[in-house]
Design a protein around this ligand. Structure first.
Ligand SMILES: [Zn+2]
Length: 313
């Protein structure tokens, strides 16, 4: 079974000037990948279809036009607070959505693992940017797969330290999207949402689970919830698993207060990868956040190695 890694210069430009979310981690990751022995089962995907029309599956047209205009102007903000516009931000964000969609399609069709480190922009809403997320590549991929009848049920697992509010609220009333989101409590961290009582709405009640951690929580809590997520996965029997693997919960991250170790994090990822294999469905892993570039780049290499190891068994 081949494992697919999405990588090219355009995709690895995602980031913002003077912010911890910048392309350094992608540069380092590329360097470490070149230095490591690349397994013959790893296929680098540098070209894939990319059409701006895909954004409309999830985003409001007015918002897409707005981002395009701000990207041409190259000044100001894309939201009410922190996401700055710069020249080309439209193209960079579109590229990420295209890669995630292609990665999702490939994972689904070939029942394999795909990885897009430059994806997982889980704060973006249908009609606005938020938290340095411009286009919600996860939402675009999910809506596209549903619209084309390619998937009937998707399981989204998010271990980024921030709550994936853009995915949660956009699909809060959609029973086809199962969500398990483990994050630092909104009491202490942006975006201030994702409490345990938020479990879906209307016909979708019970299809979402939020698990909020306290500052200082570490591997034992992460793995306890991951085991719950895995167990639930066997009940859900999804057509595809999408994992937002943000590493900002690793100890030492400058933006959050969780204390996962690299080994604990990798163990969580491996358990979800095994779930996908045991269910016989594909999994797309997305990079999300993480603000210790050296650690993140090296840990991505280990995520890839885990994927390759499991793809052989
Ligand atoms: Zn985050």
């Amino acid at each position: 079974m081949k494992v697919y890694l999405y990588m090219n210069e355009r995709l690895y430009q995602y980031g913002f000037p003077n912010h911890p979310l910048n392309p350094t981690r992608y540069r380092l990751f590329k360097k470490y990948l070149e230095e490591s022995k690349i397994d013959k089962n790893l296929e680098i995907v540098s070209e894939y279809p990319c059409n701006e029309e895909i954004l409309k599956y999830f985003h409001a047209e007015e918002y897409i036009k707005y981002v395009k205009r701000k990207s041409e102007e190259g000044v100001g903000l894309l939201d009410y607070g922190d996401t700055p516009a710069y020249k080309g931000v439209y193209e960079v964000s579109l590229e990420s959505a295209c890669a995630t969609l292609d990665a999702a399609k490939k994972a689904l069709k070939q029942k394999t693992y795909t990885m897009n480190p430059s994806g997982g922009w889980h704060h973006s809403r249908r009609d606005r940017a938020a938290g340095f997320c411009v286009f919600n590549d996860i939402g675009v991929a999910i809506e596209y797969l549903f619209s084309h009848g390619l998937a009937g049920r998707v399981y989204y697992i998010d271990i980024d330290a921030h709550h994936g509010d853009g995915v949660y609220y956009s699909f809060e009333d959609d029973p086809r999207v199962y969500i398990f989101d483990i994050h630092e409590s909104g009491v202490y961290l942006y975006p201030g949402t994702g409490f345990e009582w938020e479990d879906g709405r209307g016909a979708a009640r019970g299809s979402k689970r939020n698990r909020a951690l306290d500052p200082g929580d570490g591997d034992d809590i992460l793995l306890k919830y991951i085991d719950e997520a895995v167990e639930w996965g066997f009940e859900i029997e999804p057509d595809l698993i999408i994992m937002q693997g943000g590493m900002d919960g690793l100890a030492g991250d400058p933006l959050t207060h969780l204390r996962y170790s690299v080994d604990g994090y990798l163990s969580a990822v491996e358990r979800v990868l095994r779930l996908s294999r045991d269910l016989g469905v594909g999994l797309v892993y997305l990079g999300g956040g993480g603000y210790q570039p050296e650690v993140q780049a090296k840990t991505w290499i280990r995520v890839l190695e885990t994927m390759l190891k499991l793809s052989l068994t």
